[in-house]
Design a protein around this ligand. Structure first.
Ligand code: HEC
Ligand code: HEC
Length: 341
């Protein structure tokens, strides 16, 4: 009898692995594989890392990409809303930058130019860095160390210091921010990478229907769905009057429609949902079951799914904190002025 149970449960575990392989994809091992920008060059990655951490890309000299997409905090800012230029608040919870290179391929048409353009938005958006193309180019061009780094990262270009190359370098760095997890080892066939409880959680995640929306390499991040398919979420889980992804994509008009959030590293990126109103992962899972599946889950089911989601926490590549180029007399000075977008 006991032997039979063991056989039955290992048969289930094999079946879960087969089903998981059909729905999800393991992260690649290297930045080169992850990159859609070819060729990926170490000089360009190093330059992108410096720019990522440089607050002088913001008009006030206060905010860098890392302010809101903090690499020491799972790639986000652990706040409900983000604070940007002049203490304005961005209307949305900042998503994690980790593995986000895989989100964008589906948003846009997948060409190199479009991927790079995506990185330019935050630099200019008023509430984020509130800077202008001209001022960013003047800032970078005023520091000889940056000029040398741009020349090395973009050889054979007549004017390597440009806003466009700033975005390309940040994008190259971003493509290295990939975090393989125990779940990836499991998909790649490493027996025992997940505990029996986590495998049961994975099976529930698939059986209950979570994977209908949260699938692929990032468990989401590629398609839009109404938040509240069966039941409306509580008012505080929604940012009322905010026009969902329409603002970003200009393709979805419904103000209840949001991107199925990518779930890698989700245990590190509270608070949850676009309004950032829910702080406990268990609570977020319960809300999803109610609103998206019309199903009240038991506490045990919620805790197994949550255990599985925690296995998506990845290993972060060791990162060197960059020393940034020194300013000169021509570097534009910080300004609190809100520049026109
Ligand atoms: C003031 C906070 C703030 C700063 C500074 C900021 N961001 Fe963001 N970022 C956000 C928020 C909030 C969103 C979500 C916007 C939305 O979906 O409406 C976002 C979204 C993104 C996304 C989309 C991620 C995904 O999951 O698809 C990327 C990529 C990104 N930012 C990169 C950057 C880069 C690169 C910089 C620096 C040049 C930067 N951000 C600076 C707050 C910030
Ligand atoms: C019909 C599509 C759909 C289904 C089914 C679905 N989700 Fe979601 N999920 C979404 C959307 C859309 C969001 C973003 C909602 C928002 O922020 O407004 C989301 C957000 C989340 C978040 C928050 C992540 C974050 O970073 O804020 C978690 C956790 C989550 N889902 C887990 C689950 C689980 C577990 C299930 C199954 C019980 C599930 N989802 C079922 C579409 C779906």
């Amino acid at each position: 009898m006991f032997g039979f149970c063991v056989l039955a449960s290992s048969a289930n575990a094999d079946e879960t692995l087969t089903r998981a392989r059909a729905l999800f994809k393991a992260l690649p091992e290297s930045a080169q594989e992850a990159s859609q920008l070819d060729p990926i060059d170490q000089n360009r990655i190093d330059l992108g890392r410096a720019l990522y951490f440089d607050p002088r890309l913001s008009a006030s000299g206060t905010h860098s990409c890392n302010s809101c997409h903090n690499l020491a905090l799972g790639g986000d800012d652990n706040r409900a809303d983000s604070v940007g230029h002049g203490w304005q608040s961005a209307p949305r919870n900042a998503p994690s930058i980790l593995n986000s290179v895989f989100n964008e391929a589906r948003f846009w048409d997948g060409t190199v130019a479009n991927l790079e353009r995506r990185a330019m938005g935050p630099v200019r958006t008023g509430v984020e860095l509130s800077n202008t193309v001209d001022q960013i180019e003047r800032t970078i061009g005023s520091m000889p160390q940056y000029v040398d780094w741009f020349a090395a990262a973009f050889p054979n270009e007549a004017g390597p210091v440009s806003f466009e190359n700033t975005a390309r370098a940040i994008e190259a760095f971003k493509s290295t921010l990939i975090t393989p997890s125990r779940f990836d080892s499991y998909l790649n066939g490493e027996e025992g990478a997940l505990s029996p409880e986590e495998i049961e959680g994975l099976a529930l995640f698939i059986d209950k229907g979570c994977a209908v929306c949260h699938n692929g390499i990032n468990f989401g991040g590629h398609d839009y769905y109404p938040f509240g398919v069966f039941e409306d979420p509580d008012a505080d889980a929604q940012a009322i009057g905010y026009r969902a992804r329409f603002v970003v994509t200009e393709t979805v008009v419904d103000d209840r429609v949001f991107r199925a959030a990518p779930l890698r590293n989700v245990a590190l990126t509270a608070p949850y949902f676009h309004a950032g109103s829910v702080w406990e992962l268990e609570a977020a899972v319960g809300i999803m079951a109610d609103t998206q599946l019309g199903e009240r889950m038991t506490d045990l089911e919620v805790s197994k799914i949550t255990a599985f989601l925690k296995s998506l926490t990845g290993t972060f590549i060791p990162l060197e904190y960059p020393l940034l180029p020194v300013e000169t007399s021509t570097t534009p000075r910080p300004s609190e002025e809100v520049l026109p977008y």
